[in-house]
Design a binder for this molecule. Structure first.
Ligand code: ASP
Length: 310
């Protein structure tokens, strides 16, 4: 298959074949990462700029490592300490960075649609690393990669996504990605954080965590996005945990070989207990590991896909 996309802004318009292609390319990247020398010259001479206007631990580091493993020059920009604090607009900042000739801009912003907005004004490629509550495509692709690696398939699996669905870009991208790949999706959270219109995605909605987790193959808990909550959506954190926190008791309703996922950062004792986050069936760190291979694949495809093997 030929890769035709200039930008990766979200997964809503991705075709299953494209998702498969990213998975295949990620497997080649994982092979590179298993070598003694985990670096190939594929993106030599190309510049990748990480333009992050919101905090990030995993995504920014992972894109940086991915770029370096492919020999790109990687530059990290964060809004603190930049001219944003002096009143420069997003577009001016981005145009100035573009004048320094990056090949790919990886960007995170708190406004939904920010990546699409810049893609209309800049000529370099853009990868959306999270825009407000809209999409986080590389997270969903690495989640799919992790599921495929552990379970061997995703079609027909019951995947329960639990928590603050309303404010989660991870949930939105995963609904597109896992849904297109044939997962049986269940969305669960308090009524205030579970928009009814999500039923249009084909997922089953429930406010009962027991029903969502029962016989699930994959249980994905989400962080409560307090920074995006402008109102009170539940009485207290303690109440939230009692109703929607994942404990051993609840997780035992899932299949015996079910896996537990979380995009991070985890709030231990809020969306998942301490013990469960670190248990043998938690693949939370496997997700982080998959992230490097998947982001290498995305950078590689966006930069034009030269030969990886050399
Ligand atoms: N790291 C993910 C994101 O940026 C999930 C989260 O922050 O809860 O969306």
């Amino acid at each position: 298959m030929d890769w035709k996309r200039k930008h990766i802004l979200g997964l809503s318009d991705f075709l299953p074949d494209e998702i498969e292609f990213v998975m295949d390319t990620s497997r080649s990247m994982e092979e590179v990462l298993s070598r003694d020398i985990k670096k190939v010259p594929t993106l030599r001479g190309k510049m990748v700029v990480n333009l992050f206007f919101e905090p990030s631990t995993r995504t920014r580091t992972s894109f940086e490592i991915a770029g370096k493993r492919l020999s790109a020059d990687v530059v990290n920009f964060s809004s603190s300490g930049s001219s944003q604090s002096k009143g420069e607009t997003l577009l001016d900042t981005a145009r100035n960075i573009e004048a320094m000739k990056p090949c790919i801009l990886v960007m995170r912003h708190n406004a939904s649609g920010a990546a699409r907005f810049l893609s209309r004004h800049l000529s370099c490629s853009i990868i959306n690393a999270g825009d407000g509550l809209n999409e986080h495509p590389s997270q969903a692709l690495l989640d799919l990669y992790t599921i495929l690696k552990v379970k061997g398939k995703v079609a027909g699996l019951k995947v329960a996504i639990i928590g603050d669905i309303l404010h989660s870009r991870v949930a939105r991208s995963n609904i597109h990605c896992l849904g297109k790949m044939g997962a049986n999706l269940w969305l669960c959270g308090p009524a205030t954080l579970l928009p009814r219109e999500m039923a249009r995605t084909g997922a089953t909605l429930t406010n009962d965590i027991r029903e969502a987790v029962k016989n699930a193959d994959v249980v994905m808990t989400l962080r409560v996005q307090s920074e995006r909550q402008k109102a009170t959506f539940f009485p207290s954190i303690r109440e939230y945990f009692r109703m929607y926190g994942l404990s051993n008791n609840i997780f035992s309703l899932a299949k015996d070989d079910a896996i537990l996922m979380h995009p991070g950062p985890i709030n231990r004792g809020v969306e998942v207990t301490n013990d469960l986050a670190d248990c043998g069936r938690s693949v939370i760190l496997n997700q982080v590991e998959s992230g490097v291979a998947v982001r290498m694949a995305l950078l590689y495809l966006m930069a034009g896909g030269a030969h990886v093997a050399d």
